[in-house]
Design a protein around this ligand. Structure first.
Ligand code: IPD
Ligand code: CA
Ligand code: CA
Length: 261
């Protein structure tokens, strides 16, 4: 099993680096934008990056399944399934804001084993492997030891989705933490928690491709990630809290009653 995971990690890293080049060369240039729904946009670059990653994976592991944001699912025949977000932070990308990245995770029988996040603009490659730690550009990372009153809280920027509950949570937590940030990119937020630049990230309705790699990264960096009831996260989770562990219960106490129905 270890060999199988290692082989997949190498291909995922190669794919992330390759598409990092595409993202950098197309950033700030004219892209084709299409609407997927209410204030939900996708570009031709999301699709090009996704196609590049999927073809590389299929070439090496044709039996593996794929769940990717902009494509139909492909079932698994090997037990392994890839979970891909070609650009996390598409709206930033469209607005020429450098906060975006690519997320590739590997799941086996419901358990996420591997998470790779590439932030091409800052040239940061994050790798998490279950039981083997979290790394940025080859150096081990870990969460901070800050308490609630010193904490930087990163909050879901899609306030419109569950406006009343999300604003209630924001209002209550603002009184407890040191300061608040919203980045519009889950992978950016989770990498910051994992490397101790922020103490918590709260999202109300993400999809598995948004968080699979990032939540594993936080856990492997000795942090904690649960749903709004405090249960371990899984591939079906939508709302979650990822933290340095120290502030976790304090956030849960505020947020648990705000779970979207
Ligand atoms: C979005 C971003 C955003 C989060 C949304 C995601 P996308 O991903 O990560 O921060 O709040 O829930 O859908 O659409 O840029 O890949
Ligand atoms: Ca995303
Ligand atoms: Ca995306």
């Amino acid at each position: 099993m270890n060999k199988e995971i290692e082989a997949r990690k190498n291909v995922a890293v190669k794919a992330c680096k390759q598409v990092g080049g595409i993202l950098i060369s197309s950033f700030g240039r004219k892209v084709t934008v299409t609407s997927k729904g209410d204030r939900d946009l996708v570009t031709n670059i999301d699709k090009q990056v996704e196609k590049t990653i999927i073809s590389l994976i299929k070439k090496h592991f044709p039996q593996d399944g794929i769940v990717s944001e902009e494509s139909p699912d492909a079932p698994t025949r090997s037990g392994f399934r890839w979970i891909i977000d070609p650009i996390d932070g598409t709206h930033n990308f469209i607005h020429n804001i450098e906060i975006f990245g690519t997320s590739v995770a590997l799941e086996f029988k419901g358990e996420v084993l591997l998470g790779i996040i590439n932030m091409p603009w800052s040239d940061e490659l994050y790798i998490a492997q279950r039981g083997k730690g979290a790394y940025r550009n080859g150096r081990k990372i870990s969460v901070s030891k800050k308490k609630m009153e010193e904490a930087t809280m990163i909050y879901d920027s899609s306030i419109r989705m569950h406006k009343n509950k999300m604003l209630k949570g924001l209002g209550r937590l603002t009184d407890k933490v040191f300061n608040v940030r919203m980045f519009g990119s889950t992978v950016r937020s989770l990498t910051y928690v994992a490397e101790g630049k922020a103490e918590m990230e709260i999202e109300f309705c993400d999809k598995v491709w948004d968080f699979a790699a990032g939540l594993l990264l936080v856990e492997e960096a000795q942090g904690k990630a649960t749903d709004f009831s405090g249960r371990p996260w899984n591939i079906h989770t939508r709302g979650y809290i990822a933290s340095n562990g120290i502030v976790h219960q304090g956030v849960l106490d505020v947020i648990k009653s705000l779970r979207p129905r």
